[in-house]
Write a protein that binds this ligand. Structure first.
Ligand SMILES: [Zn+2]
Length: 103
C-alpha cells in the first residue's frame, strides 16, 4: 500500500494522503509532530524523564521530502529534521488519531 498523492494544508494544519487502495487519510500536524519518529523523540517517548517539564511541541511544518518509495521525511520548524514516516507508520498514526489516544 502506498500513497498516490500527499498534500500539506498549512491553513488547516492537516496532511492529506490519498492511498492506492482508495482510502484517504487526514492527519493533524499536531499528531504527526507528537509522534515524530526521529531518534530523539522516540527516546523521549520510550524513556520519559519524570522530572522534565514537557513542553507542547510546536507543529509548524517546514517541508516534506520523499524517502525512497517507502516513506516521507517531515521537517518541523521545532528542530526535528530526521523523522522518517513510513507508509505503515502513517497508517498507524491514523488509527491512533481515530482512537483519540493522542494528547
Ligand atoms: Zn523528533
Amino acid at each position: 500500500m502506498r500513497p498516490t498523492a500527499i498534500s500539506a494544508d498549512r491553513t488547516r494544519a492537516v496532511l492529506t494522503i490519498a492511498w492506492d487502495d482508495g482510502h484517504q487519510s487526514e492527519l493533524a500536524f499536531a499528531l504527526l509532530s507528537a509522534w515524530c519518529p526521529c531518534a530523539v523523540c522516540t527516546e523521549e517517548r520510550n524513556n520519559p524523564d519524570p522530572l522534565k517539564v514537557v513542553q507542547p511541541k510546536s507543529a509548524d511544518l517546514e517541508s516534506i521530502q520523499p524517502v525512497g518509495n517507502y516513506a516521507i521525511n517531515i521537517v518541523w520548524k521545532n528542530g526535528c529534521r530526521y523523522g522518517i514516516y513510513t507508509w505503515e507508520y502513517l497508517r498507524e498514526l491514523e488509527a491512533i488519531q481515530k482512537s483519540g489516544r493522542h494528547a
